[in-house]
Structures are given as structure tokens and as C-alpha cells.
Design a protein around this ligand. Structure first.
Ligand SMILES: [Zn+2]
Length: 319
């Protein structure tokens, strides 16, 4: 039995037809955790959907109405990159409810995971890149509204920049910064009550990357050691500037060298070291961690699943 909870629901897995987005991943993570004896059935808790009120803490009433009523324009649907359906909307609301529940469990137990979630490409007024609503932002605003936390930090290690999260929590009217000439780079910007860190492949989606509090833009093909050195630099710098009440860790498996949508070259072992660093660092400072899978599109889905399950194992290590 695990010393923390895993939030999971059968309806996280809505079929969305032919897509590179592997919704089956969530079911496979659940099965793998049980089959390998990493988790027991009692370790899982089932969420309820987020309320519209919670979603409206982050998203505009116009966008929420369009999602619920099915009145997105053709171009808005195209931008989602997944076929729109009412069932898909329900799945996203449920996932946001899962991230809220996992945030609550993390505050109680020190760590918790939502088996789905980490939808960092959703903006207040639109969705993109497979992401309809930003579950991480919804959970943070929900916890703040109820007085459970004042501050939070996102450590976004998905290979793609956390553009929606950066836009939601960034400084209003932040300057559009020129693209750095040299890679890798680390750039620091202002932060308010939520400190966003994004470590990503620079030459990848999304084209427009609104400033996070710390952005690390990495060149194509970077390997384990260099990646881990930049991660450490970014997280340590963030924790010097800011004291979070909760860390939301987007443990994307897409920096993996065999990922179809990523262009970095991390190994499964390197990704394990990444996870261990995040949990060890948070534990040393007594900051609870909410873990989320975010993206992962390995040529063999079993690799993505193994990487995500390793994140759960890394949270169990005590040193
Ligand atoms: Zn990604």
C-alpha cells in the first residue's frame, strides 16, 4: 500500500477516435500500477467533476458556455486538435475534479497523483493542443479560494512549453520577449501568487510561448545530464525567489528519446532521476507535491506508461 493517494476514474478514458493523443495511457497506467504491485486497489480514490464555478475561476464565461453548449466555432474546434464531443467535455471536468481532489490529498499526505491531468495548453478563453480546460490552474485557484493555500509553484517538465499556464498566472500585459538567439537559455520573469517554471524543447509546439516566471528553452536532442543540470538550476532559482505552499509537478513523459511529439533524448533512467530530484527537493523543504502525467506519446505506449509509473515510485523514495 502506498503512503499517498492516486486519483483515478474509469471515465478518464473517453474514446476520441484516431489520434496521436493516447487516452488509453490513463487506463494502462492504472493497470500497470496494480499489476506490478506498485499500488493496491485501496490506494485509488475516485473524483467527482469540478463545478462550473471552479472552472470559471480560470476560464471565461463565454468559453465555458461554448464548451458546455457545443457551440465552439470550426476554428476553435480545430485548434483543440481532438474531436469535440459532450463526453470529452465531461471527461475534462472530471479530470479537473480529480486534480482538485489530488491537491487536497497532497496537502494531507505530502504527495498525491492524479492519473490524468496536466493540461497546460488551455488558456482562459480557448483550448488547444488536446487540452480543453487547464485542470492545474483550476485546482490552484480552487485551493486558494478555500484558503487552503496562498501560493503554488508549477514545475512543468513536459517537453512542450506550458503556454496556457504561463498566460493564466503571468503578469498581465507581459512584454512579448524576443526569441533568444542561443540555446539552451534560462529566462526569469516576474511572478505573482503562482510561480511557473517551464523546462521545454524550444523548437517545438507551441510557437508562441508567453513568459513563465522561469523558462528554460532547450535545444533539440539534449540528453540526461544536461537536462538534469538545467532542471536543478531552474528549480533552485525558483525556490530561492519564492516559497510555495504546493508544488504542481507536470511529469510529462515526452522528453523521452522515443517520443513521437518530442525532440529531446532523455532515457527512461534519466527521467527517473528527474522525478527523484523533484520529490527529494520538495521533501527537503516540506512542500507537498501534486503529481500529474501531462504529455507522453512514445512510439511504444508501454514506454510512456512505464515512465509515468516510475514517477509514482520516485515519490515513495525516502532519501
Ligand atoms: Zn507535451
Amino acid at each position: 500500500m502506498l503512503p499517498f493517494k492516486l486519483v483515478c476514474a474509469p471515465t478518464f478514458y473517453r474514446p476520441i477516435g484516431q489520434s496521436v493523443f493516447p487516452v488509453s495511457k490513463y487506463r494502462l497506467i492504472y493497470q500497470h500500477l496494480l499489476e506490478k504491485g506498485i499500488a493496491a486497489p485501496d490506494d485509488f480514490v475516485e473524483p467527482v467533476p469540478a463545478s462550473n464555478e471552479d472552472v470559471l475561476l480560470v476560464h471565461t464565461p463565454e468559453y465555458v458556455y461554448k464548451l458546455r453548449a457545443g457551440t465552439l466555432s470550426e476554428s476553435e474546434e480545430w485548434q483543440l486538435e481532438v474531436p469535440y464531443s459532450r463526453e470529452l467535455v465531461e471527461a475534462y471536468w472530471l479530470c479537473a475534479g480529480g486534480t482538485i481532489l489530488a491537491a487536497d490529498c497532497a496537502l494531507r499526505d505530502g504527495v498525491a497523483f492524479n492519473v490524468s491531468g496536466g493540461f497546460h495548453h488551455a488558456f482562459p478563453d480557448h483550448g488547444e493542443g488536446f487540452n480543453l480546460i487547464n485542470d492545474v490552474a483550476v485546482a490552484i485557484r480552487h485551493m486558494q479560494k478555500r484558503g487552503k493555500i496562498k501560493t503554488a509553484m508549477t514545475v512543468d517538465c513536459d517537453v512542450h512549453h506550458g503556454n496556457g499556464t504561463a498566460a493564466i498566472f503571468g503578469t498581465p500585459n507581459a512584454a512579448i520577449l524576443p526569441r533568444p538567439e542561443r540555446l539552451p537559455y534560462m529566462r526569469e520573469s516576474a511572478a505573482r501568487d503562482v510561480f511557473t517554471i517551464s523546462l521545454h524543447q524550444e523548437n517545438n509546439y507551441p510557437a508562441w510561448k508567453p513568459p513563465s516566471a522561469i523558462d528554460v528553452g532547450l535545444p533539440d536532442g539534449i540528453g540526461d545530464d544536461e537536462y538534469l543540470a538545467w532542471l536543478e538550476k531552474a528549480v533552485m532559482s525558483g525556490l530561492q525567489r519564492f516559497q510555495p505552499d504546493l508544488i504542481c509537478y507536470l511529469a510529462g513523459s515526452d522528453p523521452y528519446r522515443r517520443d513521437l511529439l518530442g525532440g529531446l533524448a532523455l532515457t527512461i533512467e534519466g527521467l527517473k532521476r528527474r522525478d527523484e530530484f523533484v520529490f527529494r527537493t520538495a521533501r527537503a523543504r516540506g512542500v507537498p507535491v501534486l503529481g500529474l502525467p501531462a504529455g507522453g506519446y512514445a512510439a511504444d505506449v508501454r514506454d510512456s506508461v512505464a515512465i509515468h509509473c516510475n514517477t509514482v515510485l520516485a515519490a515513495c523514495l525516502r532519501s
